[in-house]
Write a protein of this length. Structure first.
Length: 329
């Protein structure tokens, strides 16, 4: 036979064939279908309604034993589901019992071109019916009363927008803002963890010979709302780099100690033994410290032994407190 264009090609579906015994109801399939709608079962050439059989793994079970016959049971697979993936039904089968002269039947919605129509088990040709609007099937010739008219519509899917399994296929353009949270990041990635910065907009009176909590009343940034009342309480567990410098408004030869307190106790200190003639003396502290993400908190205390009370300097560049997550727990 001659063809215009390429010669038509066909691909065979996986098919199992069994011989009925008249009493056997269960048969072992070569592959596990997703459900009864994923296979076409014919007995002695007659397509069976999915309600007359069931599947469980590799087992096909008929509600009534098929008759005896050599190779008279055919099972054609419409698709083999991938493992560990939720599948969608491949087809929808609907039966109608016709009235005398009935031509119009209303199956569930379908995609034109992806529907078969059977009359009393025999598949109708394209000229025998019209199915173009997605809602009705119209026979060219009216049915006889009691005829079984079956429609078989197929699920249509597309993978045109699937992301290829190649390096660099996923870019930030495909990510929803905020969808990558700290909890979803890999180990050793700090990502968008808490960070804060504050400074002393007001002075704190430092009593000689005692540690005094330093007031940091002006926030510069606080990304996770974890800084309040001069205290940093991070709500993400991990390791934090914390820094502070405290400057006091005095000169003379005495010690100034700035201490990072964790949960009310000194964790790390930085000191200065001053004997210069500058207007200010300062001490800094810096430490990498772990926080459990719930109850751990950090504050800054300062001590000096000048013999009199001295105020801190309320300038952003001189008396400040900041920190950020550098490694998740």
């Amino acid at each position: 036979m001659s063809y215009i264009g390429n010669q038509p090609t066909s691909v065979a579906f996986l098919t199992d064939q069994f011989s009925g015994t008249g009493s056997q109801t269960a048969y072992t399939l070569s592959a596990a279908p997703a459900n009864t709608a994923s296979i076409l079962v014919a007995v002695s050439g007659v397509l069976q309604d999915p309600t007359t059989y069931s599947t469980s793994g590799l087992t096909l079970t008929f509600s009534s034993a098929p008759p005896s016959g050599t190779g008279n049971i055919s099972v054609r697979y419409l698709g083999i589901p991938a493992s560990n993936i939720t599948t969608t039904a491949y087809r929808t089968v609907t039966d109608f019992t016709a009235t005398a002269g009935q031509t119009t039947f209303t199956p569930p919605s379908y995609t034109a071109g992806f529907i078969n129509v059977y009359r009393n088990g025999a598949r109708l040709g394209a000229a025998d019916y019209t199915a173009t609007n997605g809602t009705t099937v119209v026979l060219a010739t009216g049915a006889t009363s009691g005829d079984l008219v079956t429609t078989e519509s197929f699920y249509v899917s597309s993978v045109l927008n699937a992301i290829p399994a190649t390096s660099g296929a996923v870019t930030s353009a495909y990510l929803l803002d905020g969808s990558v949270t700290q909890a979803k990041l890999s180990t050793n990635v700090s990502g968008n963890g808490p960070a804060f910065g504050a400074y002393a907009g007001s002075t704190t009176l430092m009593i000689s010979g005692a540690y005094t909590k330093v007031l940091f009343d002006t926030e510069v940034y606080d990304t996770n709302s974890n800084f309040a009342s001069s205290r940093f309480t991070p709500t993400v567990a991990g390791y934090y780099q914390v820094n502070s410098t405290v400057t006091i408004q005095s000169t003379g030869s005495f010690y100034v100690l700035t201490s990072l307190y964790k949960n009310g106790s000194s964790f790390a200190e930085g000191g200065l033994a001053s004997g210069n003639a500058s207007a200010y003396n300062r001490a800094s502290v810096s430490a990498l410290v772990y926080a459990n993400g719930s109850t751990d908190y950090f504050e800054i205390y300062c001590a000096q032994n000048s013999g009199s009370s001295i105020n801190t300097l309320n300038v952003q560049a001189s008396t400040y407190f900041n920190g950020s997550l550098v490694r998740s727990a």
